[in-house]
Design a protein around this ligand. Sequence first.
Ligand SMILES: Cc1ncc(COP(=O)(O)O)c(C=O)c1O
Length: 397
Amino acid sequence: MENFKDTQDRYSKYVMPTYAPKMLFTRGQGSRLWDADGNEYLDFATGIAVCNLGHCHPGVTRAVQEQAEKLVHVSNLYMNEVMPKLAEKLVTNCFDGVVFFCNSGAEANECLTKLARKYGNATGRNEIISMNDSFHGRTLATLAETGRAKYRKGFEPDTPGFSQVPFNDFEALKNAVTDKTCAVLLEPVQGEGGIIPADVEYLKKVRALCDEKDILLLFDEVQCGCGRIGTRFAWQSFGVEPDAFGMAKALANGLPMGAVIAKRKFANVLTVGMHASTFGGTALVSAAALAVQEAFDKENVLENCREMGAYLREKLTEISKPYSFVKGVRGMGLMIGVVLDREAATLSGLCLKQNLVTLTAGECVLRLLPPLNITRAEADEAVEKIAKAMAELNKTL
Ligand SMILES: Cc1ncc(COP(=O)(O)O)c(C=O)c1O
C-alpha cells in the first residue's frame, strides 16, 4: 500500500495530468499482472494491444538483454545489423515493398500522410479522406484524420486537407472523392471507435476506386495489425492489399516501435532527407521486434489467436443471453467488443473487481484485447469473471 501511495503522490505532483490511472502494476508474466500488494490479475488489455505475446515473453526478453549488451543505438546516419533483417522479415511475409521505422502509431500515420501528399502533389492532389469514428493519433495531422471531433476540440485551427465520411459506406466515399484527393485512410478494424470490422466487399470496392483514380489506399493497422486479428498483417484477413500501411503498438511487444510498409511502386516517393526519425529502427527495439516475428514463425500464435478468438466470442455470446443490456459481441481474432446499451466503463470496473483487466471503446463497448497466446483455461477464466461482472451490473439496474 505504501508503494501505491508514494507512487500516486509523485505521479499527481510531477506528471502532466493527461491520464488518470487508478492502478499500479509492478510485475507481469504471460497473461498475468501483479499490483504493488501482490494481487494477481488476468490481463485482457495488454497495454492497449501492445504486449500481444504476453508480458516478458522469454524470446523477446532474451533478445533485448543480448542486444542491450552489444549495441543499443547509433542513429540512422549509420546502419545497425538488426534493422535491415527486421525489414526483410516483415516484407518477406507481406507484399513486395519497403519499410520506414519510427516510434509510435501517430508517427507511422504521419509517414503515410507525407507519403501520400508527396505522391499526390506531383499531380496537384493533396487531400486525404478518412472515416467517421476512426482514431489515428494525437499529432496535429493525425488528429485532423481522426473521425471523432472531441479529440480535436480546443486545438483549433484544424490542420487543412482532411475530411471524413461514414465507415463501410462506399457511396459516401465515392461522392467525397474530388480531383484533389490523393489518399483514402482507414482502419481495417476500427479500434477506439468500437471494434468495428470493415466489410470485405466494401474494401474491395474502395480498392477498385483507388486504382481507377490513382489514389493511395492507406491502412492504419496500429491496433488491428501485428497478429491481433489472426493474420500477421490485418489486410491479409480481408484479401485486400493497401498501397501502404502503418503499424506500431505490438510490433516490439512493449518497446516503442512504429513502421510503415509501402509497395515497391512507392519505394522512392520519400528519399534522402525527406523524412526521418532519430530512434526509428534502433538496434535494441529492432531486436525485440525480430524476436516477435520469430515467435509468430515458431509458436503457433496466429492459429491460437483465430481459435481462441472464435471460442471467446461464442462463450461471450452465451453468457450475455440473460442480459438485455448486452446488444451483441463482435470483432475479429482477439480484438473483441461486447456491445452494451449503456456506457461500458461500469462493466469494465466490475471486471477489474474480479481481477480481470479490460478496456472500453467508443462509449458503449467493452473491449477485450488478450495476449494472442492465451490458453483455453485462461479464456474460460476470463469468461467466468465477465459473467460475474455482468451479474453484478444486472443487480444495480
Ligand atoms: C488505430 C490507431 N491508430 C493510431 C494510434 C496512435 O498510436 P500511438 O498512441 O502509438 O501514437 C492508435 C492508438 O490507440 C490507434 O489505435
